[in-house]
Design a protein around this ligand. Sequence first.
Ligand code: PMP
Length: 415
Amino acid sequence: MSQRFPDALSMAAGRPYEGFFDIDAVHEYLRLYESHVRSLSGGDEALVRRTLLQYGRTKGIIHDLIAENLATDEGIHVDPESIVVTVGCQEALFLTLRALRRDDRDALITPMPCYVGATGAAALADMRVLPVAEHSAGIDVEELGRVVARAKADGLRPRACYVVADFANPSGATLDAGTREALIRLAEEQDFLILEDNPYGLFTPLGAEPTPTLKALDGDRRRVVYLGSYAKTGLPGARIGFAVADQPTASADGGTVLLADQLAKVKSMLTVNTSPIAQAVIGGKLLAHGCSLRSANTRETELYQGNLHHALKELARHFPEGGAPEVTWNTPAGGFFVVLTVPFPVDDDLLVHSARRHRVLWTPLHHFYGDGRPRRRIRLSLSYLTPDEITVGIERLAEFIREQSDVQSLPKGIS
Ligand code: PMP
């Protein structure tokens, strides 16, 4: 859409802000990781070259650093052997679903609206998706229990529930600690896994105490497969993500292996191994910041928080309470997105009209339900813009919404 309408300001792309991109830092990170390998190998230059330049270990080479990163930033303590370094979180999602799917009775459960990458990966893995109705707290655990029970009664195997517990895409919702505990308890009782996808959790408002991740709360119960992404906290162009899959599972020869090793088996036939050069860049960034990306991202956190508050202020200015047209929105505590409810159903044709006539892009929420039925809701992305651009974008959006509210409130036949 952005290419088709280059004059349109995009509040659609959920991309990280580019103002802090720094090519020199990439060279520095590579050097840092190279020195790290050199010192670990006792100066074995052939090994340094091989580690960075040769085909490599299927599960990756920066697993130790990732384990340290998780311990430092999230209080998650895992064996590095249970980590698979992937080509973005997207590959981690696909590998996990593919490894969990045995036959067509296996199902993934997810609250709707859901990140399209998750439902898309399930479709690629040929895995059935069972929706859980939307809830303001992110997920209704009792309703989830009913969906699981119904699925089992229908002869299906609910293998996992996919959740973004912190600042979800697209809803912005964050699960509170009680909901997280209840979710893990239900997973234990009903014997399914939780796939915790956490690309935005690090951007908790500075000074606020983050809610522990599901994986941290899960401890030794091993109900949670944690799916990580360094796209927002490391560098999107490196395309590095990972899965922590420390669940013991049955192997083909009757023994036990980690789920991570099953993922590696799938990976060996998909991308073979994640680029060691790309891993070295992220590994170097981790080394440069004492394995804490929370502290490495204070500028980004401030920017994303600032953008979010600025957008909420601009929305309130254009759509005062009790005014017309009636437009409401949620108030996420962080993350990249805000969801607006408008007085008319929104489809892709309206998006094209908005881009052409009002020069602003956004995302119709129906894309996140997978049923193509237009909703009265749109997602705004705030991560890629400056506050001034957000001012202009919301101004244009308000014109579009006022116009459409007028058009759609006319009696039929007059348009
Ligand atoms: N999960 C969610 C919820 C996302 O929003 C995104 C990217 N927008 C991803 C996963 C994909 O992450 P990656 O770029 O690491 O593949």
